[in-house]
Design a protein around this ligand. Structure first.
Ligand code: C5P
Ligand code: C5P
Ligand code: ZN
Length: 467
């Protein structure tokens, strides 16, 4: 890598001061978010506290609201929040917790018990993930072994969606490359490049969907054979993409390009198909854990299927039972996502001036509704011209509705900030919300859904006008 990215000194100095306060703890509770970034952030911190001989327990939560904060308070422990907390600083303070916050979400205000890249001119949506911030804290305390997990977190938060990891993520990447744990390459980025038989990688492609191939296993097999690529290895098992040699890879990529162009798939979707891929060299070839994107999906599966502790075990080295259970969760997760996308393509979305939305009621689980909403662009269910809001029932509280919002880079460059929109509008209707410019969420009273859509639509008008 030819990069010479540096992290701003002010951020590193503040991380150092913050980290030293952690070193003095005897026992801590790590509280983190239930997605890939949150789980990897928690694993980096657990590894750090064990390294420092500090007793550590963990709790993974789908969100941090007043109720969860009160539950945490009842445990009476020093709490280290990761990948969450900055947006809930006031609730945390009101409840008088003994807290530390390591986050990358839009913060409310400065606090000497919090580290957050936004105060130094960084964008937590693209420059560094929650796991990346946890890694910087660990690094400042002398522990750098988990750099690869910080990359899994960043990829899990889709911070490579413009083709590669940049800024602070790039510095972490360079640490991992120097350690010999990660290799960087420009290559095909379809999901499953390590673990899936080639024809199934193509048949399950959703970002972008490939006309004539997605959903058509037999067609994929014919396509591979038409390129003179033997789909089987010498041992007769099916090849994965990573089994192809350089010429076969080139042939396959250009044939895919041609096909996407022939079917008028928009340029921005085609471009995303090739970019940097990050290979974790300590993991076995063809294992989901060898590719950061597959690893992240595995973690999302554990977290969003309510078994985050299994994800944590895998991050911390379990390649036995935990690993096996994680792969089972991945199967059911993929199946849930497939059904979610199918539901959405059959039902379609509603449209307002500045947004698309759909109400899934109880048909899509609130824990995966955000992922399904985000996939709607790649699956070409919606064009990229407006953000999408998705509503699902909160299974724990029938009075409440979960909202997930997703956008894309084009919209962010036009001034859209979903995190601000979710926070402001949900607050005005008696709910709670927040997140990044590109991906955000909220919980609101069920009775307010239509007002919510109305108000977000109006607020997006203002964001687009730069007001
Ligand atoms: O809380 P956290 O920052 O980890 O969550 C960000 C979420 O937004 C992740 O679940 C990530 O997959 C999602 N995301 C997305 N599309 C993007 C960027 C992030 O769906 N372009
Ligand atoms: O749940 P979902 O994947 O849609 O969340 C997207 C982003 O919005 C995450 O970064 C999450 O932390 C944030 N969010 C939030 N408050 C909520 C729900 C989600 O800050 N009530
Ligand atoms: Zn995150």
């Amino acid at each position: 890598m030819m990069d010479c990215e540096k992290i701003k000194k002010e951020l590193l100095d503040d991380i150092r001061i913050f980290s030293e306060k952690l070193r003095g703890q005897k026992e801590v509770l790590v509280v983190s978010h239930h997605d890939a970034d949150g789980i990897t952030a928690a694993a980096i911190l657990i590894d750090l506290f064990r390294f420092l001989d500090i007793d550590v327990e963990s709790m993974i939560s789908k969100q941090l609201d007043s109720k969860v904060v009160r539950e945490i308070k009842n445990q009476g422990k020093t709490v280290v929040f990761s990948d969450m907390g900055s947006g809930q600083l006031m609730i945390i303070r009101e409840n008088k917790l003994d807290y530390y916050i390591i986050d990358h979400h839009q913060p409310l205000k400065k606090d000497d018990r919090q580290v957050n890249p936004h105060f130094y001119g960084y964008d937590g949506g693209s420059d560094v993930s929650g796991a990346g911030m946890a890694y910087l804290v660990a690094k400042s305390l002398g522990r750098t072994d988990m750099a690869h997990l910080a990359l899994v977190g960043a990829v899990g938060d889709m911070q490579d969606s413009q083709g590669k990891l940049e800024s602070i993520n790039r510095v972490i990447l360079s640490d991992a490359v120097k350690q010999g744990s990660v290799k960087v390459k420009n290559d095909l980025r379809l999901f499953g490049r390590q673990s899936r038989p080639l024809h199934l990688m193509l048949a399950y492609a959703s970002d972008p969907i490939i006309p004539g191939l997605t959903g058509n296993q037999q067609g994929c097999m014919q396509f591979i054979e038409s390129l003179d690529i033997n789909p089987r290895r010498d041992d007769n098992n099916f090849k994965s993409y990573v089994d192809l040699d350089i010429n076969e890879r080139k042939k396959l990529i250009s044939a895919l390009y041609m096909r996407l162009l022939d079917f008028n798939v928009p340029e921005y979707l085609i471009q995303g198909m090739v970019g940097e891929v990050y290979t974790l060299l300590a993991e076995e070839k063809r294992s989901e854990l060898r590719d950061t994107k597959e690893y992240a999906t595995l973690m999302n599966a554990c977290g969003r299927q309510e078994k985050p502790e299994i994800g944590l075990r895998v991050c911390l080295g379990d390649r036995g039972l935990g690993w096996q259970q994680a792969r089972e969760l991945l199967q059911s997760h993929r199946e849930m996502l497939r059904k979610g996308i199918e539901y959405l393509s059959n039902r379609g979305v509603e449209e307002r001036k500045n947004l698309y939305y759909f109400k899934a009621g109880g048909d899509i689980n609130e824990r995966i509704i955000g992922v399904v909403a985000g996939m709607a662009y790649g699956a070409r269910i919606i064009p990229p011209d407006k953000p999408i809001l998705a509503f699902a029932e909160d299974r724990e509280d029938p009075e409440l509705m979960k909202v997930s919002a997703r956008a894309n880079w084009r919209l962010i460059n036009k001034g859209i900030h979903l995190g601000n929109a979710m926070r402001e509008v949900s607050k005005s209707l008696g709910g709670e919300g927040g997140g990044h410019d590109i991906a955000a969420g909220a919980t609101i009273p069920k009775t307010e859904v239509d007002s919510f859509i109305e108000l977000v639509d109006e607020l997006l008008d203002k964001q687009l006008a730069g007001i």
